[in-house]
Design a protein around this ligand. Structure first.
Ligand SMILES: [Zn+2]
Length: 197
């Protein structure tokens, strides 16, 4: 299955859950509201993390991104939604378009293992980010977060495999076509049949 869907923010001035959706007028709340999910479902489906911790004085973003992947402690592919440029740069992305899913095989520290990640960039939902003042931008981001939330929700439930008939068809990954459409890659855990939907 799609093992982990992680939203990565920068840091947390509130010393609580990273990107806590329960604190009004924060990046975390704005992000959650865009998904259209109820709050418990949101917190169930998404793993919320920050790149930096309080007290990080000389942050090395790349090393922090590596630590974050290590701490997830999974051998399954990881889907990452990077909030803003600081985070996407930390994962080795430079000047990429937002809302486009990319598959990467990354090694973020010397001699570390390689990680398979799918990553997408969303403009940071901080109240200081004027990008969201443009209503078209806000609508585009909201549509993207809604679609992503529905895909992650779908991925949590296996479906009937059209090949072998067992309820073992599970979402693996979200991908984006060259013309900007998101689709989900499914694979049957029994017969390894693959579907894109
Ligand atoms: Zn099958």
């Amino acid at each position: 299955m799609m093992a982990k869907f992680v939203i990565v923010g920068i840091n947390d001035p509130y010393m609580s859950t990273p990107l806590n959706p329960k604190i009004p007028n924060t990046s975390g709340e704005r992000l959650w509201k865009m998904t259209g999910l109820d709050i418990d479902e949101y917190m169930d489906l998404f793993t919320l993390r920050n790149l930096f911790e309080l007290g990080d004085t000389f942050p090395n973003p790349r090393a922090k991104a590596f630590e974050l992947l290590e701490r997830l402690d999974t051998d399954e592919p990881v889907s990452i939604l990077a909030l803003g440029q600081v985070v996407s740069n930390a994962f080795g992305l430079k000047g990429v378009k937002p809302f486009v899913w990319m598959d990467m095989n990354v090694r973020l520290a010397p001699k570390s293992k390689f990680y398979d990640i799918s990553i997408v960039v969303l403009p940071h939902t901080s109240g200081l980010n004027r990008w969201y003042n443009d209503q078209d931008n806000l609508a585009m981001a909201t549509e993207f977060m809604k679609a992503t939330a529905q895909a992650v929700k779908l991925a949590a439930d296996p479906m009937e495999c059209p090949e072998c008939g067992k309820i073992t068809l599970q979402a693996q990954d979200i991908e984006t076509t060259p013309d900007g459409k998101d689709f989900i890659k499914y694979e049957c855990s029994e017969c390894h049949h693959e579907e894109n939907m």
